[in-house]
Design a protein around this ligand. Structure first.
Ligand code: COA
Ligand code: AMP
Length: 630
């Protein structure tokens, strides 16, 4: 069957389609049906099944005789090490860590916050939680204490599992001070912390609270897999929304297993035993789905890469990893390729590596610009497939179903909706627009298995943020169009979320931090185009009347403040003091207009603007930063 037939099979019988896909999973009690819609618009999948994620990702492969197969390859140019972990070793490590947690009371439904760098132990920690039916919430290492505290207070974990440090190319980041800072700020406190000590910067453990991972695991009783209900939350992953309070995206167990299992062959075109590499971070959804869960569920070898596309040690690192480990299918964000292209425009460094075993490159996380795609095609000599998805969906909404049938690539489009997704382009009133017309991208409910059933402790927010604008649809927050061939084109966000180096960030959260500066009366943060990172945040600060302090000082304090409160990942380095902000006559800040001014783009002055002269003031204020055009 080709793509069209497969998609039509799903349309004709969604229930049958997903029950068929469910056959790839080992069930403790098979589902009696796929969709549970009694609580619509809160849909559930395979709710009456009993299943364990860790069993499906690890134990069943060992039981099937594949214990010696490599499950994880830790390739760490920042420490100069490469480590292979077989499925049998992974099973032992996971079962023992689960034993450590279980012995201290962690069980079904308890939350565990994981704050770890890109080491295989991060995957072990996630799987150990899954083994017990505990719900993990991984926090990206580039977030600061405050962001960690916000997540601790929302998830209320019984335990925290952390590494002692992360290693960036230019510095080692001790995690313990960040954890202490978070716990000092949070009202909720965990019962205990398990610390994975790294030689580069061991942490001082606090007696009575902290447990040394290696020591505890050595003497631990391995814990068995605990079957859970199909709709039991597997994890919570916080993502940026429009405010400083992140959204806790929930992933339900059974749908996650079925959907991710389905994607490995149909989208990424790999068979069990082959090497798959997603160069992302376990702190993001790509890391959850494609470093940890999907490759393991499918019986692949997954590469855990601790390094950067450039500078560890050079722009040839990706090629080395692909060649050395025999990667068949590779997934990363376009920003990584822009960084490589800047360092090695001719792609010379690839010549030293034989990447002929690679079948394809997959890009996601942000818009893949044509230049980057064409460069990657030319240098790597493999097909380059853009695909579009979100933390909320956990897997591809639109992509190229290569394992079913490779569709012609249209550069700039992530191709077509996957089975399970009925994607529509809607106008302001919720009416579908004709092909080629821009609109809000919405997905007809129910969303497929593996997507979010709701937000952690915030179902009203789930409803208002995603389900209320268009009745019967999930609002993606992206705008774009469909062409005559049914290809999707993703153009922009419709909210205040920006995408910096493939990282999703909230300008609203940054504005909250800036507004807390004692001299700032009002502010706005917008995303401006950047050649490598896609977008960069830029802040505009209006100071309190009578403030006579040097502007440079205030700007520097604001930059430091965002780094301290949100973290280095915000990459907030551009800010300017302005007299006033451009607003509509009804008082709404014209952020999109400010971004256009900053980028020096051709623009029509909005008819609703209160005073057009402000735009010249803005332009003048950001010229010293190298923005504003001319
Ligand atoms: N822990 C601590 N700090 C981190 C971190 C982590 N896990 N990840 C990033 N940071 C820091 C960086 O060191 C940098 O700090 P600096 O301001 O002191 O230089 C800052 O956060 C910004 O990081 P980043 O935006 O990643 O920029 P970079 O200049 O270090 O690297 C790229 C740029 C493009 C090479 C890099 O962003 C990259 O590899 N991106 C891949 C995209 C990706 O993985 N996306 C995930 C979704 S698929
Ligand atoms: P995240 O939740 O961090 O994965 O970010 C999801 C958002 O990133 C989407 O809503 C889009 O705005 C953007 N995005 C992800 N993949 C793509 C893509 N292939 N093309 C365009 N935008 C993308």
């Amino acid at each position: 069957m080709g793509y069209r037939e497969v998609y039509d099979t799903w349309t004709a019988d969604p229930e049958g389609f997903w029950m068929e896909a469910a056959r790839a999973i080992d069930w403790d009690r098979p589902p009696s049906r796929a969709l549970f819609d009694d609580n619509a618009p809160f849909y559930e999948w395979f709710a009456d099944a009993r299943v364990n994620t860790c069993h499906n990702a690890v134990d069943r492969h060992v039981a099937a005789g594949h214990g010696a197969r490599i499950a994880l390859i830790h390739d760490s140019p920042v420490t100069g090490t490469v480590r292979h972990i077989s499925y049998a070793e992974l099973q032992d490590q996971v079962a023992r860590l689960a034993g450590v947690l279980a012995a201290r009371g962690v069980g079904l439904g308890d939350r565990v916050v994981i704050y770890m760098p890109m080491v295989p132990e991060a995957v072990v920690a996630m799987l150990a939680c899954a083994r017990l039916g505990a719900i993990h919430s991984v926090v990206f290492g580039g977030f600061a204490s405050h962001e960690l505290a916000v997540r601790i207070d929302d998830a209320r974990p019984r335990a925290i599992i952390a590494g002692s440090c992360g290693i960036e190319p230019t510095r080692t980041i001790a995690y313990m001070p960040l954890i202490e800072g978070a716990l000092a700020e949070a009202t909720h406190q965990p019962d205990f912390c398990v610390i994975f000590q790294r030689d580069q910067c061991p942490a001082e453990l606090r007696a009575g609270r902290d447990i040394d991972w290696a020591e505890a695991v050595r003497s631990a009783e391995p814990a068995p897999c605990v079957p859970v209900d199909g709709n039991h939350p597997a994890y919570i992953l916080y993502t940026s929304g429009t405010t400083g309070q992140p959204k806790g995206v929930v992933r339900a167990t059974a749908g996650h297993l079925v959907a991710l299992g389905w994607t490995m062959k149909n989208i990424y075109n790999v068979d069990p035993g082959e090497v798959f590499w997603a160069a992302s971070d376990v702190g993001w959804v790509v890391g959850h789905s494609y470093i940890c869960y999907a490759p393991l569920i499918h019986g692949n070898t997954s590469v855990v890469f601790e390094g950067k596309p450039v500078g560890t040690p050079d722009a040839g690192t990706f090629w080395r990893v692909i060649a050395e480990h025999g990667v068949k299918s590779f997934f990363t964000a376009p920003t990584a390729f822009r960084a490589i292209k800047r360092e090695d425009p001719e792609g010379r460094l690839i010549e030293a590596h034989d990447i002929s075993g690679l079948r394809a490159l997959y890009l996601a996380g942000e818009r893949a610009d044509p230049d980057t795609i064409e460069w990657a095609q030319r240098v790597m000599k493999v097909p380059v497939y853009d695909h579009w998805w979100q933390t909320e969906t956990g897997w591809t909404i639109a992509g190229n179903p290569v394992g079913i049938e490779p569709l012609p690539v249209k550069i700039g489009s992530p191709t077509v909706p996957m089975p399970g997704y009925d994607v529509r382009i809607l106008d302001r009133d919720g009416a579908e627009v004709p092909p080629g017309t821009l609109g809000a991208i919405a997905i007809k409910l129910p969303l497929p298995p593996g997507t979010l059933p709701g937000l952690w402790n915030a179902n009203e927010r789930f409803r208002s943020a995603y389900l209320s604008r268009f009745a019967g649809f999930y609002e993606t927050g992206d705008a774009g169009m469909k062409d005559e061939d049914g290809y999707l084109w993703i153009m922009a966000r419709t909210d205040d979320v920006i995408n910096v180096a493939g990282h999703r960030l909230s300008t609203g959260a940054m504005e909250e931090v800036l507004a807390g500066h004692p001299d700032v009366a009002e502010c706005a943060v917008v995303g401006v185009a950047d050649a490598v990172k896609g977008q960069l945040p830029m802040g505009f600060l209006c100071l309190n009347k009578g403030c006579t302090r040097p502007h440079d000082e205030i700007v520097a304090e604001c930059v430091a403040r965002v780094r301290e409160r949100i973290g280095p990942v915000a990459a907030f380095k551009l800010a300017a003091v302005v007299e006033r902000l451009p607003k509509t006559r009804s008082g709404k800040i014209l952020r999109a207009t400010m971004a256009k001014v900053a980028e020096g783009a051709e623009m029509r002055v909005p008819a609703t603007i209160d005073d057009p002269a402000i735009l010249d003031e803005i332009r003048a204020a950001i010229r010293p930063l190298g923005y504003g055009g001319g």
